[in-house]
Design a protein around this ligand. Structure first.
Ligand code: PRX
Length: 652
């Protein structure tokens, strides 16, 4: 168990408050009572395939399935033999079905510019851009990397790929050129869609410059399409780079959606694991469509006149599932915002809620804690009475932040859905259904219908209620990842082998006597820093790539605002001397190697790192040191007993 979440665990262990769904909310909700949820849950558990087939029937299929699930653990095929297209389900279905002039996206740029795209307008843009891709020679099955900020052209590019069957891979705009190289190379992308720059806190994030630098090392990329956002000066490489607007001006309007096999890969999204190499999580067409559609509708209780705002960046899975594919499939109106929450002032999010009359708001605990620190006066400046439901995602939410969210943002009126899931699961797995399930601050409550979750020992035995253990999922579900791109063995080994026969999430959890799940955080070497998922190994690899660094060990430590902070222990090559300047140099180095979100919060120089006799770094000890505590527990395997004492001295 990572000690980094101990403060959260301590507080949630004492949490007894419970909030029933407001009667008025339940009356209008898709699922109206605990009994209704329990009935549905049982029905789905008894016949999962029948349950998911019923959900799938609400979507459009060019060709029906012959079998709902083919399960040869850990290899799943959902909706076998069926053909569908996500872009069709997100667009054509609504344009043909009465939502032609409904707003799909209400977008606001950081400088305050606003654009609304109706379903029909989005449909036209997507068809044109699909033709742009085809005109460039991009084919079904090709991989297209997308490195953009939060502009409507980002979902347009994703949906255009989905329309022709190209597999997209969105790379978060905060990643560095080096991180781009790794991701583009791993998937052998043939094209990159980007933009000149993106606005963030009044500054320009120079995306095209990073692409230029990366592509010097990426020979597979033949084309770069550049959307003009900031109009800053950039280089355009003859023959390789094309302006978005030039290609769109020439593209034809009409591009029918390609019928794709249900298992056709929709996207690859890289996420951090326990090794230095990021994993390309593969999601496919049919199952992902069904999972994101169902969860968006049920968890956010979306109705025809809702305005949904998920504040995530589309560069992460939350944006894929709950800005793009889930809300568009349900025919919702979604708000999309380009910039920072504190620009020009600390009330920007609340100004957006008030201006666009947001009804359902979905954000991360790290943001909520930041808003708490800034103070209630900022939300209180605005009329946010349209809000009716609040959501949280990405990390354990401490009860204090949960209560603040409920009181200050939700005015005690709005239920909160604390949604647990992962890049790998594709869609929400454990969450309240807001009209049905009473909430407890800090608990993600119960698994959704169709999801069989359990807390078990290493050997796979269910732990007694109330005890901590490993969170596993016992049955396949439609939106599950299918593999790690190019590395099926790693998929099998990493997720399905640690605990026999089940999907291991990497999280620790506890189930209470009411069947509520309390997620305690990662039990592996994955860090969760401000909701960003980072690998200790990846940061270590970045550090040791620096010429002055001999060895590095990275651990997480609890941080009140960020959830976890990154603590690095570094030994230097002989001849290099520790200094505050070198610390800064190393922090900047990590930002360049990975991205600024991975910068160590603290760096400690040390002569040696504590290791077992077999040479493994003893992270538990380092975590305890990073947290400032005494070193407890068994240290008898330490190779050199003096190391701990030495590290503690170094700290003083
Ligand atoms: O540790 C869990 C935490 O975030 C991890 C997944 O990170 P990522 O793949 O980046 O996806 C984040 C958005 C879905 C999980 O293994 N996590 C996510 N949601 C919660 C959470 N921890 C506690 N409570 C949650 N609601």
């Amino acid at each position: 168990m990572s000690s980094a979440t101990h403060s959260n665990i301590d507080s949630i262990l004492q949490e007894n408050r419970k909030f029933e769904p407001p009667a008025e909310f339940s009356r209008h909700a898709h699922i109206k009572s605990l009994e209704e949820y329990e009935k549905l849950y049982k029905q789905a558990a008894d016949d999962p395939e029948g349950f998911w087939a019923e959900v799938a029937k609400e979507l459009h299929w060019f060709k029906p399935w012959t079998k709902v699930l083919e399960w040869d653990a850990p290899w799943a095929k959902w909706f076998v033999g069926a053909e569908a297209n996500l872009s069709y389900n997100c667009l054509d279905r609504h344009v043909l079905g009465g939502r032609r002039h409904k707003a799909a996206f209400i977008w606001e740029g950081e400088p305050g510019d606003v654009r609304t795209l109706t379903y029909q307008q989005l449909w036209l843009e997507v068809q044109k851009f699909a033709n742009v891709l085809l005109d460039l020679g991009i084919k079904k099955g090709d991989r297209v990397a997308i490195y953009m900020g939060m502009v409507p052209e980002l979902p347009v590019a994703m949906l255009a790929c989905a329309r022709i069957g190209a597999t997209h891979s969105v790379i978060f705009g905060g990643f560095s050129a080096n991180a781009l190289v790794d991701r583009i190379t791993d998937q052998q992308a043939v094209a990159v869609i980007t933009q000149d720059g993106s606005w963030r806190r009044g500054n320009e994030v120079k995306l095209k410059v990073a692409v230029d630098e990366a592509l010097e090392k990426c020979p597979t990329v033949k084309h770069v399409v550049v959307y003009k956002r900031t109009a800053s000066a950039i280089n355009m490489k003859e023959g390789r780079d094309h302006w978005w607007h030039d290609l769109m001006a020439k593209a034809k309007d009409h591009c029918p959606a390609e019928p794709l096999d249900a298992e056709h890969p929709l996207y690859i999204l890289y996420t951090s694991g326990t090794t230095g190499k990021p994993k390309g999580i593969v999601h496919t067409t049919g199952g992902y469509a069904v999972g994101t559609y169902y969860t968006t509708k049920m968890v956010f209780d979306l109705k025809e006149d809702d305005t949904f705002w998920c504040t995530a960046d589309i560069g992460w899975v939350t944006g894929h599932s709950y800005i793009v594919y889930g809300p568009l499939q349900t025919g919702a109106t979604t708000v999309m915002y380009e910039g920072a929450p504190n620009f020009p002032d600390l009330d920007r999010f609340w100004a957006l809620v008030a201006k666009h009359k947001v009804t359902v708001f979905y954000t991360a605990p790290t943001a909520i804690r930041t808003f708490m620190k800034w103070g209630a006066e900022y939300p209180n400046r605005h009329d946010m009475s349209t809000l009716r439901l609040l959501g949280s995602v990405g990390e354990p939410i401490n009860p204090e932040a949960w209560m603040w969210y409920r009181d200050v943002i939700g005015k005690d009126r709005c239920p909160i859905v604390d949604t647990w899931w992962q890049t790998e699961t594709g869609a929400i797995m454990i969450s309240p259904l807001p009209g049905a399930i009473a909430t407890k601050p800090g608990s993600a409550t119960k698994p959704l219908p169709g999801i069989i979750a359990e807390v078990v020992t290493r050997a796979g035995e269910k732990v007694p209620l109330g005890s901590g253990g490993f969170l596993v999922i016992k049955k396949p579900w439609p939106s599950m990842m299918r593999t790690i791109y190019g590395d099926p063995e790693r998929y099998k080994h990493q997720y399905w082998s640690d605990i026999p026969g089940v999907y291991f999430t990497g999280d620790g959890a506890r189930e209470d006597k009411d069947g509520y799940f309390w997620i305690m955080g990662r039990v592996d070497d994955v860090l969760n820093v401000s909701g960003h998922r980072l690998s200790t190994m990846e940061i270590e690899s970045a550090l040791v790539a620096h010429p002055k660094v001999a060895e590095a060990a990275v651990v997480g430590r609890p941080d009140e605002m960020k959830g976890q902070a990154v603590s690095a222990f570094v030994t230097l090559e002989s001849g290099s001397k520790p200094s505050p300047e070198l610390k800064e140099e190393l922090r900047a180095w990590v930002a360049k190697e990975i991205g600024s979100m991975a910068k160590p919060d603290d760096i400690r120089f040390t002569d040696t790192l504590p290791k077992t006799r077999s040479g493994k770094i003893m992270r538990r000890l380092l975590r305890e040191l990073a947290t400032g505590g005494d070193v407890k527990g068994d240290t008898t395997t330490l190779e050199d007993f003096t190391v701990i004492a030495k590290l503690k001295e170094d700290e003083q």
